[in-house]
Design a protein around this ligand. Sequence first.
Ligand SMILES: [Zn+2]
Length: 202
Amino acid sequence: MAKKKPPFNQEMAIRGANRRLFARSPFVVEKLEESRQEFPRYKKDGTLAKKPWVKRQCEVCSAWVGSTKIAIDHIDPVVPPNGFPASFDMWDRITMFLKRLWCDKSNLQRICDDCHDKKTNAERIERLKIKYTQELDTLEQQIQFAKKDIKRHGAASDGYKNWIKYINKYLAKKKTSGLEEIVERALRLKQEILELKSSFDK
Ligand SMILES: [Zn+2]
């Protein structure tokens, strides 16, 4: 069976078209041309090849790498680390996206594939951290309410059953480097939920 085509997403289409346009723009070409060095290339038999090896320098680790292993990166990422403001509609988001994409040259850097992977991963972890912190803030609030309920009425709803399931999502991240604080916090909250549970069960 053929894969179902995802529905057309106007916002993503506009973003994608602009990213492609930007990648071919003079800003990117100039930035790449700023650092260009030819290195001798040897053939398999050890003799010098006619065409030299063109390499460019990564501005993060200073390594010289082949043209296919380097990209132009936005130092301050195009999509803000904590996402677009919730109050934004599609056109607000697109406007902000375009301004950040077509940024000042000082926000651009050449980056090798290795450094790019590391940076992308660090940004992903940072976004998760922000998201999980907000989610755990909400859960912690609910736990505090439940504690008050128990004090007042001697009982609370049995929402804790879902909380345990919910908290396991964060505990599953214990092997992800950079999320240690989130996992520790989740462990503390789980302990609190278990303590609540024993008072529910009385
Ligand atoms: Zn690098």
